[in-house]
Each structure stands twice: as C-alpha cells, then as structure tokens.
Design a protein around this ligand. Structure first.
Ligand SMILES: C[S@@+](CC[C@H](N)C(=O)[O-])C[C@H]1O[C@@H](n2cnc3c(N)ncnc32)[C@H](O)[C@@H]1O
Length: 263
C-alpha cells in the first residue's frame, strides 16, 4: 500500500494528542463545556430519527460520545487517531457505564474503516482543523453516511472580516478592563492548551464549500465563546449576555461554528 503523503502530519497529530490526552479534559474540554447543551440538542436529532449507528469522528476523550451515552443513545462508534485519547474515553466509559454500547476505533478520518452508507449520523467536533484535507475528510463522511443521514460538524471559526476585526477589538478591550478590575493577569482568550504543530486555521466557509461539492444541504450557526465571562460573572448573567450576543449570527474569529448537513 502506498504511504500516505501526509504520514508526517498524522504522526505529529498522534504524538501531540497522545501527549496531552491526560490533561485534555481539564483544559480544552472544560473550556468548551458551555457548548455541550447545544451538542445535546443535535444528538437528540439523531434520536428522533431512530438512528442506529452514529460516528463520533475525531472523538478525542469523548465529548459527543458521552453526551450521547448520557442521553441513552446506544450504538455510538467513536473513532480517533490517538490511542491515548481513546484510552481516556475508555476509562470514562467504564466509570459511567449506563448500558449503552460504544465501539472504540483507532483510525484516520481521511480513510474511515467503514463500509459505504453505514452510519445514520456523523458528528465531528474540533476535528477538521487537525486534518490535512477537509475535502478528503468530508468525502469519507459522505461515503459512510446513509442517504438522508445527518452530519453535524463543529469547529473553530477563523474568518477575519472588518466587522469581526472591530468586534474582536471591542471584546479584547472589554476583557482587558475586566482583567484590570479583577487583577487577574493571565487570562487566555479562547485557547487553553498547547496547539499541535500541524493544526491550522479554518473557517466555516471552507467547510461549506466542501459540503457543496458533495451535494449536502446545510445550515450553519456561530456561537461565541463564553469561557471568560463564565469565569467572572454568575452563570445566569453570562448566559443571558451570550444569549443576546449569539442572536447576531455573524462569523467572528475564535467563535465556534456548527453546521448541520444532509443529502
Ligand atoms: C480538538 S480534538 C477534539 C476532540 C473531541 N471531538 C472534542 O470535541 O473534544 C481533535 C481530535 O482529533 C483527533 N485527530 C486528529 N487527526 C485525526 C485524524 N486524521 N483522524 C482521526 N482523528 C484525528 C485528535 O487525536 C484529537 O483527539
């Protein structure tokens, strides 16, 4: 078999995620936990469609897998390229076993080891910015998804328009003032952990272009990151502020985009 031209890239991804696996839940996972209720709503869509098998593609330590399991979903296949990330997920599944069946697979999202049309749904969170070719990954997701299957993709948006640049500047000034008021000097905006050398910026727009090539109908939403506000304001206050800010569905650097797609 010919060697993958992105062998080095993928080895780097494996090494990076193997290394950070143990601290992932305390850093990145925690920082994006505000997003979990939104993911749960998407998982309910799988359930409403009586989905039998869904794929958590690039599952990491199992954010979507565990949310699905907690909602009684059986038949999640969780795939990741990092064995250590899967080991963390396995330990968590063993601790919280609710009777739902989960299958763990070490594999590459660009070459999914499943037959055509196997999945009723696929969810892929934070994966695409680690992948050499978004096109290849979407191609594989389209191939392994049933006709009418539901595809959910979430990732970080890095689009910079003039509007988003101005918004970023305002938000930066706002957080800086909060920082001074609370005398906390080491606030990290958006990022909590170390990045892998091969991860890169992507935009919702890049993903939507690829989905169009595979004839998906899609809708997308952007969600602001409320990690910082959550740290300084009571939960209800930060939730209310973000509820209104999220009403403006505009793309901004550092936001999470969530795409729902179907063919
Ligand atoms: C930012 S983490 C997201 C994990 C999880 N989905 C979440 O939301 O917390 C990205 C994950 O993609 C995995 N990954 C990177 N390249 C991959 C590939 N080619 N195939 C499958 N998984 C990959 C990494 O090992 C890592 O667990």
């Amino acid at each position: 078999m010919a060697q993958d031209i992105n062998y080095g890239w993928k080895q780097n991804e494996i090494a990076h995620h193997d290394l950070i696996a143990q601290e992932y839940d305390e850093t990145t996972m925690k920082s994006y936990s505000f997003f979990d209720p939104i993911i749960e709503k998407k998982i309910d869509k799988f359930r409403k469609r009586n989905a039998k098998f869904i794929l958590d593609c690039g599952c990491g330590t199992g954010r979507a897998t565990l949310l699905a399991q907690n909602r009684g979903f059986s038949g999640v296949v969780s795939l990741d390229i990092s064995f250590e990330m899967l080991k963390c997920l396995k330990a968590k599944l063993q601790r919280s076993w609710l009777g739902a069946k989960t299958y763990l697979v070490v594999g590459d999202a660009e070459n999914l080891p499943f037959k055509n049309g196997f999945f009723d749904g696929i969810i892929s969170l934070g994966l695409l910015h680690h992948i050499p070719s978004i096109n290849k990954a979407i191609n594989e997701q389209a191939r392994t998804l049933k006709n009418n299957g539901l595809l959910i993709i979430g990732d970080l948006n890095n689009e910079i328009s003039l509007f988003s640049w101005v918004m970023n500047a305002l938000i930066y000034i706002f957080f800086h003032i909060i920082q001074i008021i609370f005398k906390k000097m080491h606030i990290m905006l958006y990022s909590t952990g170390v990045s892998s050398a091969t991860e890169r910026d992507i935009n919702a727009r890049d993903v939507l272009i690829e989905l169009d090539k595979f004839h998906f109908n899609h809708s997308s939403r952007y969600f602001m990151h409320n990690y910082i506000l959550d740290r300084y304001l009571p939960r209800y206050a930060s939730k209310t502020i973000f509820y209104f800010l999220n009403k403006f569905n505009y793309a901004k650097k550092g936001d999470i985009f969530l795409i729902e797609a179907q063919r």
